[in-house]
Design a protein around this ligand. Structure first.
Ligand code: GRF
Length: 227
């Protein structure tokens, strides 16, 4: 990274979680490095017992619990999310195991500024429990996808994908660990690309600057504007 980039303000990320937060941990660890162009400004969970909250507290990152069941409508719940993200000046929203569907109200507000990590090679195995579904199906090849979030379920433009091979006799536990290991590399990598302004959307395709078409793992997005 050039000296010019090092002096730039880090991109402010808000991470939404519901559980263990191992992907959040990967981001917290990455953002501690001076050269990493993004930082976690706030962690929001819809579950009070999400272990990810403890991971954030340990690093002195502000946390908020916003239980969806406290709200009478989805829009009220999302309005509270938006208020909290705004309060921390969040520029990019990262869904890292956030187990709530977001409506078009929220998606429009952060259009092109929401990333999700999914533990399969989309469009295969969208939705919940993708690791188990791929393992049950008996696939030999699956993987991890980081994509922009649109109004469908795991249908947004794909930023990065990485394959994971499945051995026919390996346990679900071993297989899950392999997937998570790849997730923890791919999510910080995708956020770095976004933060460095290297992503641009062309239709459904996400183009990554400085990556030749033959080596690109891309598919589609709307990148951070150069600042
Ligand atoms: C990950 O497998 C992610 O791909 C999916 O939810 C899981 C969250 O795991 N969206 P963790 O809470 O980050 O450990």
């Amino acid at each position: 990274m050039s000296k010019k980039n090092l002096s730039r303000k880090k991109l402010s990320i808000g991470v939404l979680i519901s559980g263990s937060g191992t992907n959040l941990q990967a981001l917290l660890d990455a953002s501690e490095k001076k050269s990493y162009p993004a930082k976690v400004s706030v962690v929001i969970s819809n579950k009070a017992d999400a272990f990810g909250l403890k991971r954030a507290e340990k690093k002195n990152i502000p946390t908020h619990v916003i239980p969806h069941e406290d709200f009478t409508s989805r829009q009220d719940f999302e309005e509270r999310l938006i208020q909290t993200l705004d309060k921390f000046g969040v520029e990019l929203v990262v869904l890292a195991g956030f187990m709530r569907v977001l409506s078009s109200y929220f998606i429009k507000k952060y259009s092109g500024r929401i990333l999700n990590i999914h533990p399969a090679l989309l469009p295969a195995f969208p939705g919940t429990d993708a690791i188990r579904k791929a393992w049950d199906y008996g696939v030999r090849l699956t993987g991890v996808t980081v994509h922009f979030v649109d109004e469908g379920t795991d249908t947004g433009p794909i930023i990065l994908q990485k394959e994971v091979f499945v051995h026919p006799q390996e346990s679900l536990d071993v297989f899950s660990k392999k997937i998570h290991k790849v997730e923890h590399q791919l999510l910080p990598k995708a956020i770095r690309l976004y933060a460095e302004g290297k992503l641009s959307i062309q239709g459904r395709k996400v183009l990554i600057k400085e990556v030749s078409p033959s080596t690109s793992q891309t598919s589609a997005c709307k990148g951070r504007q150069k600042r």
